[in-house]
Structure formats: structure tokens, C-alpha cells
Design a protein around this ligand. Structure first.
Ligand SMILES: [Zn+2]
Length: 402
């Protein structure tokens, strides 16, 4: 059997950074190399696997017995564009002592910045060399899923029903679920294995929208501007000043929603602003979008139709869909329990592929991988926690035939 660590190290050797600026799917060709490799690996394990024209990898495992439901497990192949994922040089620390980890001459993962390090004492951890991200997000998830199904397939005594697995491109740029073929996947529900530390079990995400604001000013020579000039930048500042100051990301946590001014670009003649709007509550989410519209209406009256806004919903809180299927969460809790892992349930202050998939008809909560400090050079993963996650995956499969 390939060990899970070797498998993980192999996956992170593929550069799979996604690219928001690209319109193709996958957004970067290089993700296909990992996708093709995974198809080969799954095939070598006797799993019927294929990669589709959009770079999605699907695997199907027919059951030995009939299960109550068909479960799917999903992880993503791309890594965040925030930092290079090329030439990743992982460092393995066995029996970690809980102290500062010097990555290289310039960067140290310190206990002062990351107090959770103390909890990892005695575990085997994998870090970067400080020059790239690690890619545990979400190649740890892929290694966990492949290792779990390998162990089940090779265990002559294991009894399991139909299992589906999928590895998606472009999760980090918010498109991981877009071209997911829910119908052909054929699962009743699924889990993304894409969470953080031990115990994470997530089924609540934000409701999310983007809002683009365009303001048309009127630029004339400042010397003769009296009663003529309209400075679009000042209207933009007025627009922003009408949003509640205390409802920004830097002042909110838990279930508190926010709006964020992502970018602003302007001149006297015209100004564009780009916002995101987030809230766990659908009602408050709708109210937040309404506030943007109301501000635009007010300023359009005041300045005679100079403001255009475009609000687009991005994804919704999967809780809305899972509330009718709480047996899936109960199943996960029981699987955690069997592995001796206390579930840590909390709202995600973001979205997961599962948020979209749940609204596409595939309820998909998220479980932990054992990774920390995603998207940067301080990323690390605990192999011990990956083992626990693998146990949870196997337990879910087991519980479905009991
Ligand atoms: Zn991820």
C-alpha cells in the first residue's frame, strides 16, 4: 500500500496554481497534469476513473453490498494564486517539539504568531521551505480520500456500498463547483475534505454577492468649473461613507456579516468601486444588498442619475439546504465519534465548493484535513490529523451499510 505521506508529497510536487484572470476551465493547463496522474493512480487501484473536458476527475467504486445511500468525497486540485506553488520543497518534522520552526534564513513559523503550534507537539508535521505555499489545501484532502478508498478496497472483510469520488479544478478562484456534473456523479450527498484543523465539521457558509458601482462624473477645466464640475470620486466617497463602519471584515466575527470595498479606481470623470457582501443569514444578506440599492437610489436623486450598480449573487449558505438533511450531519458526527474526534462545528466565514453543490442538488458539508495557515508560506499539515480524517472517511462509508 502506498503510504499517505508519500502520496501527499507526490501531489504537492505538481504545480497547480489556479488563475483568476483566465477564462478557460481549468484556468491553468498545469492542473491537468495532476488530474491525469490521479486518473492513472485511481485506475491502478482498480477504480473506474476519468477526467472530463473541463479537467474534473471522477471516480466510481461499485459497492460490495447495497448501502442506504451513495456517498461522495470531493477535494480540489488547484492551489491558491496568493503564493507560488511551484517547486514546493516540503520538510517533514517527526515528533515535533512544539517550538518555533525556522523555514529559512528569512522566515520562521513562530509560536508567538501561531499559538496553535503547541497543540501539535508530538505529531508528524509537514511544512514548506518558506519560499512557496505547501498545497495541503487541498492535496491533503486528495491524499486522505485516495488512501481511505485504497484501504477499503484492499480489505477483504470491508463491506461498503457505492462510493463516488471527485477532484475539482479552480476551487481557489471560486469556480470549483461551476462545471461539476452532479447528475453523472450519482451521489445522494457528499463531503468536501477541505477543512482545517482536527475536528472541523462545517455546514454553514456565508451568503455571498458582489457589487460593482460605476459613477459618471463631469470633468471640466478646474478654472472654469464653478457649477459645472461633478467629481465622481467624491460621490464614491459619499457612497462608501453611507455604509455602516462597524460592519466591515476587520470589525466582525462569528455570525456577523459585512461588506468590503475590494477595490476603487477613479478620476474626476469616472470612478469604479468593487464590493463584496457577506452574511450567514439570508434575511440580513438581502437587507445588505437592499442597502446598496437604496444608497444608489438616494445618490441618483441627489446627483441626477450618475450611479450604476450591479449586484450579483455568488453563492448561498448551504445550511438552508442541509436543514432538511440533518441526518448527513448526524452521520458525520457518528463517524467522528468512532474515530475519537470531537466535532468542532462553526460557521465558515467564506464559502466552500459545498455551498454551490448543495444548491445544485448535492448536499455537501466539509470536514477537516489537518492543515493550517493556508495560502501562504506558513502553511503546514499534521500527518496525525490526516490519519484521523482518513478514519472519518472510512467510518462514514462503514456506517452507511450498518
Ligand atoms: Zn481548499
Amino acid at each position: 500500500m502506498t503510504n499517505m505521506l508519500d502520496r501527499f508529497l507526490k501531489y504537492v510536487s505538481f504545480e497547480t496554481t489556479s488563475d483568476e484572470a483566465s477564462e478557460s476551465c481549468p484556468s491553468t493547463e498545469r492542473q491537468l497534469a495532476l488530474g491525469n496522474y490521479l486518473v492513472e493512480e485511481l485506475s491502478s487501484l482498480g477504480i473506474e476513473a476519468e477526467i472530463d473536458e473541463n479537467g474534473y476527475v471522477y471516480g466510481r467504486i461499485p459497492g460490495r453490498v447495497k448501502a442506504k445511500k451513495t456517498v461522495g468525497f470531493i477535494a480540489h486540485m488547484d492551489t491558491a494564486p496568493d503564493m507560488s506553488g511551484k517547486d514546493v520543497k516540503p520538510r517533514i518534522i517527526e515528533n515535533y517539539d512544539g517550538a518555533d520552526i525556522k523555514l529559512n534564513d528569512d522566515f520562521t513559523t513562530s509560536v508567538k504568531d501561531f499559538p496553535f503550534l503547541k497543540d501539535l507537539r508530538g505529531q508528524t508535521i509537514v511544512t514548506t521551505d518558506g519560499n512557496t505555499l505547501l498545497g495541503a489545501d487541498d492535496k491533503a484532502g486528495i491524499a486522505i480520500i485516495v488512501s481511505a478508498v485504497e484501504e477499503i478496497l484492499k480489505d477483504p472483510d470491508a463491506s461498503y456500498g457505492d462510493i463516488r469520488i471527485a477532484f475539482t479544478p479552480d476551487e481557489e478562484i471560486g469556480r470549483g463547483a461551476d462545471k461539476f456534473n452532479v447528475k453523472d456523479f450519482g451521489a445522494d450527498f457528499a463531503f468536501t475534505v477541505d477543512g482545517g484543523p482536527l475536528g472541523e465539521l462545517e455546514y454553514e457558509t456565508f451568503n455571498a454577492a458582489s457589487c460593482k458601482v460605476e459613477i459618471q462624473g463631469k470633468n471640466v477645466h478646474p478654472g472654469s468649473a464653478k457649477d459645472t464640475m461633478v467629481n465622481s470620486q467624491l460621490i464614491a466617497m459619499e457612497f462608501n461613507s453611507m455604509l455602516p463602519v462597524n460592519e466591515r471584515p476587520e470589525y466582525t466575527e462569528g455570525y456577523e456579516g459585512f461588506s468590503l470595498l475590494l477595490s476603487m479606481e477613479g478620476s474626476v470623470e469616472s470612478t469604479r468601486m468593487s464590493y463584496i457582501i457577506r452574511d450567514h443569514s439570508r434575511e440580513k444578506f438581502e437587507a445588505r444588498k437592499k442597502l446598496f440599492e437604496d444608497i444608489a437610489d438616494f445618490l441618483n436623486k441627489k446627483y441626477k442619475d450618475r450611479i450604476k450598480i450591479e449586484i450579483k449573487d455568488q453563492y448561498y449558505n448551504m445550511r438552508e439546504k442541509l436543514e432538511d438533511h440533518m441526518e448527513i450531519i448526524d452521520l458525520a458526527k457518528a463517524a467522528f465519534d468512532m474515530a475519537g474526534v470531537e466535532p468542532v462545528i462553526g460557521p465558515v466565514r467564506g464559502g466552500t465548493d459545498g455551498s454551490k453543490l448543495s444548491f445544485m442538488g448535492l448536499p455537501t458539508p466539509n470536514i477537516f484535513t489537518g492543515g493550517y495557515n493556508y495560502h501562504g508560506r506558513y502553511e503546514l499539515v499534521s500527518l496525525d490529523q490526516m490519519e484521523k480524517s482518513k478514519e472519518v472517511v472510512k467510518n462514514i462509508i462503514k456506517l452507511l451499510v450498518e
